[in-house]
Ligand binder design. Structure first.
Ligand SMILES: O=P(O)(O)OC[C@H]1O[C@H](OP(=O)(O)OP(=O)(O)O)[C@H](O)[C@@H]1O
Ligand SMILES: Nc1ncnc2[nH]cnc12
Length: 185
């Protein structure tokens, strides 16, 4: 099946929930895709093929707590490279670096272990979704503090109207885009 058709099939399974977790937020739910074994497999295959095509020399995948932990390790495993987590605060042992950030419906704090990346290591940061871009920008800041080289920020879903990618200086790619004119559910 062509990539576009596979992406449409996946998009049709993503859920839409108005006013969750707060009034005014339209929550895009990736979990129905994972419930469907064929679509889940297709999604991972599309992501892996995309990375092989656009960043064949990537050395390590960084995934974001928590929905980025669904995709990051699977992609790393398929590519035969390692995985490093960015976690919400207080969850990682040892020496850590930390940064505060805001997202579409709140504020939080991210951390990484100081020894988790090497200087100049080629990194792709993976998450399920970008909305305002606060989360991905915070992850980029942490990876930058460790002096690694961000070759790409990748998300499955982009909420285009919130223009999160404008907060990023690294190359950015999303598979599925939503704008306000898309159907709610
Ligand atoms: O672009 P932004 O406005 O920053 O929002 C995007 C982030 O919001 C969600 O994470 P959330 O913090 O809800 O955590 P979860 O993955 O644990 O559900 C989502 O998984 C992204 O990481
Ligand atoms: N609208 C949204 N849907 C799902 N996850 C989100 N994270 C931030 N905004 C979101």
């Amino acid at each position: 099946m062509a990539e576009d058709q596979r992406i449409t099939r996946i998009k049709n399974l993503v859920g839409g929930f108005p006013d969750f977790p707060k009034p005014g937020i339209l929550f895009r739910d990736i979990f129905p895709v994972l419930r469907n074994p064929g679509a889940f497999k297709e999604l991972i295959n599309v992501v892996v093929e995309h990375v092989q095509k656009t960043a064949p020399d990537v050395e390590i995948i960084v995934g974001l707590d928590s929905r980025g932990f669904i995709f990051g390790p699977m992609v790393a495993h398929a590519l035969g490279i390692g995985f490093v987590p960015v976690r919400k605060s207080g969850k990682l042992p040892g020496e850590t670096i930390s940064v505060a950030y805001s997202l579409e419906y709140g504020k939080d704090r991210f951390e990484m272990q100081k020894d988790s990346l090497k200087a100049d290591q080629k990194v792709i940061i993976i998450d399920d979704l970008i909305a305002t871009g606060g989360t991905m920008a915070a992850a980029c800041e942490l990876v930058g503090l460790l002096k690694a080289n961000i070759v790409q920020c990748f998300v499955v879903i982009e909420l285009e109207d919130l223009n999160g990618k404008s907060k990023l200086s690294a190359p950015f790619k999303s598979l599925i885009k939503y704008s306000n004119s898309d159907q709610t559910i």
